[in-house]
Ligand binder design. Structure first.
Ligand SMILES: Cc1cc2nc3c(=O)[nH]c(=O)nc-3n(C[C@H](O)[C@H](O)[C@H](O)COP(=O)(O)OP(=O)(O)OC[C@H]3O[C@@H](n4cnc5c(N)ncnc54)[C@H](O)[C@@H]3O)c2cc1C
Length: 399
């Protein structure tokens, strides 16, 4: 029996494995599908700006088992694309070779901390489950004890804005409402804050930051992070033991070991079928794929899920020599959480503002709590949702 291996069980990888199972049934072939990741859960990564990240780990077995996908708990160390074999280690350090006939690479992205002295040692991140849990624990313990009550967030992009506006709510869980209200939350960017999110969105973002009393430092450059202080290039300092970096997302470094063309974020260049090389497909944050004729897909859940479905189906179609699916996703929206100010929704690559305030917050909650969760237990629902053109608004996803 032919074997498909999917490396990485995030939004792209999980859906690739499910779409592979769906395509195998449609094509009437038996294939084995192995989904590899260190832990047997899906991290709901777009929600890692919120408190209690432990609640954002969804068990994979209830989605994989009904459709016959095997989860392999291991960390991929290297890929031999010539001999079609992965090298991985399990949590005991036992080394395994995993041969494949077709591979879907879906190992996501990581924050690569900017080159600021002391940031790697003293800074926090929220780009994966472990870092988000570590940051949450820090807020729950050390922030209270130190009494500094100051949070510095580096990066005024999507993620930095969302967590800045969530921060007072999170602090009030630990410090109490009054102390949280008076805490200092500083959002720092060496360019403008929220700039790439669109001209129409910008005034809404600024108003939200102002009403939440977030101190914005734009075109500002931090040169050093110490244990209890950050230092700017103009010599000013802020006393804090809580520096969170949200800047510098790059594709998983394994992409650079494959000797294949990459973009400036380390993503593998793929063709319209998401193929990076013979029998090697890439999806999600590791893939630089054209979503339409002019735009590359972004590192986003919104793109990772359909890409995963396309790559997984194509991994099967490739093995049975049937025509491959084309990845295209021309509709693009952004739904940004603005904390107590609600949310905003833009549509299109030129980011036209179409909704703001509490109406947009309702949509954000729906995306966060339903649409990005996979169906569970029911094989027919799971396989139906694994179709590339399926949209979550057609059905309740979370079980
Ligand atoms: C705080 C935050 C907020 C975000 N908000 C949004 C949003 O509002 N909307 C949106 O569309 N996107 C958002 N994103 C981006 C979105 O989460 C990612 O683009 C998406 O998760 C990418 O999916 P992926 O499958 O490529 O990677 P991931 O979901 O990160 O999955 C990667 C998988 O690879 C596994 N892996 C990593 N290394 C190895 C290894 N060596 N061996 C085996 N497995 C490995 C991981 O364990 C994981 O299972 C946000 C991201 C963050 C961090």
């Amino acid at each position: 029996m032919k074997n498909i291996v999917v490396a990485g069980a995030g939004f792209a990888g999980m859906w690739a494995a499910l779409a592979g199972a769906r395509q195998a049934a449609l094509s009437g072939v038996e294939v084995s599908i192995q989904l590899i990741s260190p832990t047997a859960h899906l991290t709901i990564r777009p929600r890692l700006y919120q408190s209690n990240p432990q609640a954002l780990a969804v068990p994979l077995h209830r989605t994989l088992q009904p459709v016959g996908v095997e989860h392999v708990a291991a960390t991929v160390r290297s890929i031999d694309a010539v001999n079609k074999c992965l090298n991985a280690t399990d949590d005991q350090g036992v080394i395994r070779d995993l041969p494949y006939d077709s591979l879907v690479l879906a190992m996501g992205s990581q924050v690569e901390m900017p080159e600021i002295a002391g940031l790697k040692t003293h800074g926090f991140a929220i780009d994966d489950f472990q870092t988000a849990v570590h940051f949450d624990q820090h807020l729950a313990t050390k922030a209270i004890i130190s009494g500094l009550d100051t949070i510095v967030i580096i990066g005024g992009g999507f993620c930095g804005i969302e967590i800045a506006l969530e921060m007072r709510g999170r602090l009030s869980e630990h410090l109490g409402v009054d102390r949280a209200r008076n805490a200092r939350v500083v959002l720092v960017d060496n360019q403008s804050i929220g700039g790439p999110l669109g001209e129409q969105a910008l005034p809404v973002i600024r108003a939200a930051l102002e009403s939440a009393n977030i101190e914005c430092r734009e075109h500002a450059c931090i040169v050093e992070v110490r244990k209890d202080q950050v230092v700017f290039d103009d010599g000013t300092e802020i006393k804090t033991d809580t520096v969170l970096n949200t800047a510098g997302l790059r594709a998983h470094p394994i992409t650079s070991t494959l000797n294949l063309p990459q973009d400036s974020s380390g993503r593998l260049k793929v063709d319209d079928h998401l193929r990076a090389a013979d029998h090697l497909f890439a999806a999600g944050d590791v893939a630089a794929a054209f979503a339409d004729d002019d735009h590359l897909a972004l590192m986003s859940c919104q793109h990772a899920m359909p890409m995963g479905k396309c790559a997984g189906a194509n991994a099967v179609l490739d093995l049975v020599a049937e025509p491959l699916l084309v990845y295209r996703q021309p509709d693009y929206v952004t739904c940004l959480d603005l904390g107590e100010a609600g949310a905003l929704l833009t549509r299109g690559w030129d980011r036209q503002l179409v909704m703001a305030g509490q109406e947009a917050k309702g949509l954000k909650n729906q995306i966060n709590n339903q649409w990005i969760y996979p169906p569970m237990d029911d094989a027919s629902l799971i396989l139906e949702a694994a179709a590339m053109d399926w949209h979550p608004s057609r059905g309740q996803l979370k079980n």
